[in-house]
Design a protein around this ligand. Structure first.
Ligand code: PLP
Length: 403
């Protein structure tokens, strides 16, 4: 038989080692279970989603519609439209105090793609990448895909899940190539204080390793925490890879637009990789991106004010449930309560807790184990106050009975 003509059974598939090393995103699994219940007409209080529940601001949508009307629907340069790269550098300088030139910027198909491309451009088999836990689910899998070894840096609830330079230093070996910092963090909402962040950078510089700073949630900070980029520290650029995203800041998750700011040789390598995979991000999304970067920021302020109200309500509500502890997140739109005091025979871990919570009370959350932090649940408050109140009622009932 001609090669490739046989009908393959599932076992006969010889998938690549690269693909076999990674797992499907566990957050997707929960979202799918919740979606299946909703499809049956069940009223699910859904705290699984990691995306703003606000529409994309009007001026951004208009720019895409105009681009469509004017037939600006052709290929663009692989690293993005020159106007967009310039607009990103200007926005980042204005909002976060950096000093990048367009040649140090490449636009990708979402922040996840920016992280994927950067890691694939830098990590060789056997290279170690330090990832603080709780971590965003995709970091370890992307590192493994590239052949690297994720080295997990544990943070503590008592220290608000903040990554500490002293703990980082102990984990760095001769194989370490990169450290990932995610501030504000998904899932914990932790914000690394600027002085601690500068110490983390100093460790990376001293040890000659890259610091990949994921700034996806940069503009969602509460209380004393303010939007901050480690790129604003003088002399930081040579060790630094900044990853930014339009998804959360401008409520543009479906548009798929993110970027890397980094030294030119790395930006060129990411561009080369992209030239052989996705090519440019969607042209009309890029025109929308130019409008986002150059336009008013009041949509962000409106979202932030609403997230702040919800954050207060949900932290208070969770803390009122006996046996649940909850740090106050300093950023993003997630809370990460510890529910391990409620473990018992029928629910011995956070995976079982989230499964039973969905089955019995129709509340969708993501178990902490997915983020390398068992004992917790990730609850997204990118949902209405009504749903938050309903969810708190149901969780109170669930854990009340569970005691
Ligand atoms: N980084 C973090 C910490 C995230 O939570 C996400 C999305 O949830 C991303 C990066 C990627 O976002 P996107 O690919 O939509 O830009």
């Amino acid at each position: 038989m001609e090669p490739g003509t046989a009908v393959k059974t599932e076992e006969a598939f010889q998938l690549s080692d690269r693909v076999n090393r990674i797992n499907e995103s566990p957050t997707m699994v929960v979202l799918q279970a919740a979606a299946a219940l909703k499809a049956k007409g069940v009223d699910v209080a859904d705290f699984g989603a990691g995306e703003p529940d606000f529409p994309t601001p009007e001026h951004i949508k208009r720019a895409a519609i105009q681009a469509l009307d004017e037939n600006r629907t052709k290929y663009t340069p692989v690293p993005g439209l020159p106007e967009l790269r310039k607009a990103i550098c200007e926005w980042h300088a204005k909002e976060l105090g950096s000093s990048y030139q367009p040649a140090e910027c490449v636009v990708n198909v979402g922040g996840k793609h920016s992280i994927f491309n950067s890691i694939c451009a830098l990590i060789n088999p056997g290279d170690e990448v330090v990832i603080p836990a709780p971590y965003w689910v995709s970091y370890p899998d992307i590192v493994k895909y590239a052949g690297g070894i994720p080295v997990i840096l544990e943070t503590t609830e008592a220290d608000n899940f903040v990554m500490r330079a002293s703990a980082l230093e102990k984990l760095i070996t001769s194989r370490t190539r990169m450290v990932i910092a995610d501030s504000p963090s998904n899932p914990s909402g932790a914000v690394i204080p600027p002085d601690e962040y500068a110490k983390v950078l100093a460790v990376c510089q001293r040890k000659g390793v890259w610091l990949l700073a994921d700034e996806c949630y940069s503009h969602f900070t509460y209380g004393d925490a303010k939007p901050f980029s480690i790129a604003s520290v003088p002399g930081s650029k040579s060790a630094l890879i900044i990853v930014g995203s339009f998804s959360k800041t401008f409520a543009m998750t479906g548009w798929r637009l993110g970027y890397v700011l980094a030294p030119k040789p790395l930006v060129d390598a990411v561009t080369k990789l992209q030239s052989q995979s996705t090519s440019n991000p969607t042209s009309i999304a890029q025109y929308a991106g130019i409008a986002a970067m150059g336009g008013p920021m009041d949509g962000v302020a409106t979202m932030l004010a609403e997230y702040a109200r919800r954050r207060e309500r949900i932290v208070k509500g969770l803390r009122a449930i006996s046996g649940v502890t909850c740090t106050a997140p300093q950023g993003a739109f997630y809370v990460f309560p510890n529910i391990s005091a409620h473990y018992k025979a029928e629910m011995p871990d956070d995976m079982a807790v989230s499964r039973l919570l969905l089955e019995r009370e129709h509340v969708a959350v993501v178990p902490g184990v997915a983020f390398g932090a068992p004992g917790h649940l990730r609850i997204s408050y990118a949902t209405s106050m009504d749903r938050i109140d309903e969810g708190l009622l149901r969780m109170g009932r669930f854990f009340g009975k569970a005691k």
